[in-house]
Design a protein around this ligand. Sequence first.
Ligand code: SF4
Length: 387
Amino acid sequence: MVGSDIIVFNFSGFCGLNMASAKSNNTNPTVLSRQLLKWFDANRRDLAWRTAPGVARDPYRVWLSEVMLQQTQVVSVTPYYLKFLKNWPNVHKLASADDDAVMVAWAGLGYYARARNLLKCARQVSLELDGVFPDSEAGLLALPGIGPYSAAAIAAIAFGRKAAAVDGNVVRVVARLDGLDRPPAKLKAKVGARVMGMVPKARPGDFAEACMELGATVCRARNPACDICPWLKSCHAGASATPEMWPVRSPKTPKPHRKGWVFWVERDGGEGVLLVRRPPKGLLGGMMGFPTTEWSTQAGTQSRNDEGLRLASQTLPKAGDWQVLEARIKHTFTHFHLELGVVRGRWAGAWRADEVPGGDWYRANELEKQALPSVMRKVFAVAQKQG
Ligand code: SF4
């Protein structure tokens, strides 16, 4: 429907004036590709993982940056990327790193499964592939933590392969460019084919980065800057009064609420506070944290103090002088909201290693240096305040 009608309707019911007459209607992939690369050459940001135009990229650095950039913004990634490169400048060094050191270095970047897969992948590449990353999408896809988007991005940027790297940003840009009136989840194949048609043989890596750059800096989710966009004259959404209406939003399903209890256990004798390692699989898998109950969607699991005291006795292997703190911890994960009640207590006697499997004691000043996930940092802050 690009440029074909006077009135444009989209899924949300918006009715806007289609400025088709102002468009060049040039949706030819080669032209679009040339326009985008010209814009990129003049406007590319100088990011820590980029080299000067035309300079070959180190696959290790490309892979590291792409894993860190999954679901995370450039501004958050940059200091972590630089820290990792300083600590582990190549894949062999990272492969031989201590797990805990890597998790501590990753702490705060979120989505911790990425860090565990990063290590697995580094070890596989170092030990089984002699430190050489596969140079094809299929080969990269077979490695831990590399999904279709990252495989395409790494293949294009590090190895100059013709590949369509399509993430949420690219779907948004192309949905606007072509006026695609379907929700993003239903557009991936169509957008993938469209992008593939635009990837130039000569500069596939630059094209992948240019698409990402356009989505991040110009065709933003809110307030797209159409007036400085290289595709304005060809863009369906850019010709409307409200380009941000694309892509069509799926009706939002509300996130469920889960509740539970977390236990702050101190020890007589100065050993500090108890941390346990969470099970290797699942949310926050393998991370250290304070002991908790299951997180349940059933109503009322943490609304009553006597329940917190009962669950402390049930969950922990020793009796303590438990006390329910007034504050509640609220945290939102990708798929649910969590509310935790906090029970604080003290254990007497000496520590035995088998007392809590996977557990250990840390003084408060050591806790700050641990790779605690954000929700556990909130528990730490509350317990410190109410201590
Ligand atoms: S013209 Fe506007 S809506 Fe279209 S691609 Fe450019 S920034 Fe996005």
